[in-house]
Design a protein around this ligand. Structure first.
Ligand code: CTP
Ligand code: ZN
Length: 153
């Protein structure tokens, strides 16, 4: 897409999460803990045309880089996403997300009797499968709407 067709302006510095599957941008914002009250400058494009994906979402967060944990969870809902670090309007680094072997402490187990949901909490750990994640403690499989299981803190 040429510059004059850009739907979402370029940013001066921060992180662009590109090639998010159409419809997943709000889940990416949830993973990043962005809900408007954080005061961060964020631009979102939804269902914009993409050569590779047909349609895609894009999230631009100004003046912030992402933690590895955040990128790991994003990879679960946006396996083709690319993370672009922008400085002085230039793309300084670009990399594809990689699906980790497991994620710790970032998802909640939906099984109420799982040991991770007891009063003395054990940190959650999920093994990442091709199309789902599996709780290492009770083997519950979460396949759909993984973003709904992200821990609040
Ligand atoms: N971008 C931005 N602000 C900048 C520079 C780039 O918002 N100052 C965005 C672009 O709009 C694009 C992404 O960051 O969505 C990656 O930029 P670039 O590598 O220039 O675009 P492409 O070559 O299209 O990327 P790809 O090959 O990953 O599709
Ligand atoms: Zn469990």
């Amino acid at each position: 897409m040429s510059d004059h067709e850009l739907r979402v302006s370029k940013i001066k510095s921060g992180t662009v999460i590109d090639h998010i599957p159409g419809g997943q941008a709000l889940n990416v914002l949830a993973i990043l803990g962005i809900d408007g009250s954080t005061g961060e400058a964020v631009s979102v494009g939804m269902n914009v045309p993409s050569d590779r994906l047909g349609r895609k979402d894009i999230v631009k967060v100004e003046s912030r880089e992402l933690s590895q944990d955040e990128v790991d969870v994003i990879s679960l809902i946006a396996p083709m996403a690319s993370i672009n670090i922008i400085r002085d309007y230039e793309v300084q680094r670009k990399h594809r997300v990689e699906r980790p072997d497991s994620v710790q402490g970032v998802l909640e187990c939906p099984n109420p009797s799982c040991i991770t949901n007891e009063r003395e909490p054990v940190q959650t750990r999920f093994t990442v499968l091709d199309d789902a994640v599996r709780c290492d403690y009770c083997e519950t499989i979460v396949r759909d709407n993984i973003a709904e299981h992200i821990s609040d803190d």
